[in-house]
Write a protein that binds this ligand. Structure first.
Ligand SMILES: [Mn+2]
Length: 331
């Protein structure tokens, strides 16, 4: 614990000395990455720092309500500026963060890695990787408490958003006592849970549910491995008239399937890539290892990792239905 305490102090010291700070959330940003980024932005603003917020992909509209979300830039030109510190949140590595190619020694200052993924490769100059934390947002909460930074309603809402997202609304294995206690304190501080739920949960469009319908229809079961799986293609997204993020949340929903060890959802991305999402309820699998292996170049992969019970990977290829079954075609 002492070690964590000194890292927490070190981060405060680095940010205290910095004049210009960049905060980065990972590609295809989710509720946790964006919540943590938003809260850190509010902290830097309160310290009168010059700060920029970056994500290589545009956040989904559902997150427009998060404080400072409108300030996030997707333009890598921001890396032409120099920063005294760069904070990367919720990212196991710099590739997943989407900024590997933009960093160089002259522009990035001290690199601060705040994350909770077991697959984190400690890429920072300062690494605060707490794999027992429900979310990166919970870690940011711990920072603010240790730094005695007053958590107002805005900060509390951003942080609670991250915890609600990563715990699957307090239902998955990340729902620890600490996650619940943190959430309870954030509610006490005025976090707007109703606003979070209205924007990020009760926000599904007709097209999105039609898309999910296709995934339900194709749900299949491998008896040998006790795995359930389904697929969505680019054509599905086009025909339902929805963007890529409409598939978000689907894998978590399938994790409610009883009597199945692992759920796999394969979703075609543009540019001949396939994203795989894995979920497990049983204790005797380590999906982060599986995702790392399938996402490795040896298997034609383009990255993978995550947690023991929730992980993901990217591979090259397309999905094709042929002779009664779905196949991954590489060409
Ligand atoms: Mn997270």
């Amino acid at each position: 614990m002492l070690e964590h305490a000194s890292i927490i102090y070190k981060i405060k010291e680095e940010l205290g000395q910095a004049r210009r700070v960049l905060v980065v959330a990972h590609q295809h940003p989710d509720g946790d990455g964006l919540g943590a980024l938003s809260a850190l932005g509010l902290y830097l603003k309160a310290q009168s720092k010059e700060y920029r917020l970056f994500c290589v992909d545009q956040p989904g509209e559902a997150y427009n309500f998060l404080p400072l979300n409108h300030e996030i830039t997707t333009n890598p030109e921001v890396f032409k500026d120099s920063f005294d510190a760069i904070i990367v949140v919720d990212s196991g590595d710099l590739k997943y963060a989407g900024i590997e190619q933009y960093l160089n020694k002259s522009n990035c200052g001290v690199l601060i890695n705040i994350d909770h993924h077991v697959s984190n490769n400690q890429f920072g100059d300062v690494n605060l990787v707490l794999t027992g934390a429900s979310s990166a947002s919970e870690i940011v909460y711990q920072l603010f408490r240790a730094w005695q930074f007053p958590i107002n309603k805005e900060v509390a809402t951003a942080l609670l958003n991250g915890i609600i997202f990563d715990t699957g609304v307090f239902s998955n294995s990340a729902t620890t006592l600490s996650a619940l206690e943190t959430a309870s304190h954030l509610l006490n501080l005025g976090a707007r849970a109703g606003e979070i739920n209205a924007n990020t949960l009760r926000n599904k469009s007709l097209g999105m549910l039609k898309l999910w319908g296709r995934a339900f229809e194709r749900l299949d079961f491998n008896q040998q491995y006790n795995w359930a799986f389904t697929v969505l293609t680019q054509a599905d997204f086009a025909e339902c008239g929805v963007a890529g993020e409409a598939g978000d949340g689907l894998t978590n929903f399938f994790n409610e399937l009883a009597g199945v060890k692992v759920v796999l959802v394969l979703i075609e991305l543009p540019d001949c890539l396939i994203k795989g999402s894995l979920r497990a309820t049983s204790e005797d699998v380590d999906l982060s290892e599986i995702a790392k292996r399938w996402g490795s170049p040896k298997f034609g992969g383009a990255g993978g990792g995550g947690h023991k019970k929730a992980a993901g990977f990217t591979i090259a290829g397309r999905l094709l239905y042929n002779e009664g079954r779905w196949q991954i075609i590489n060409n």
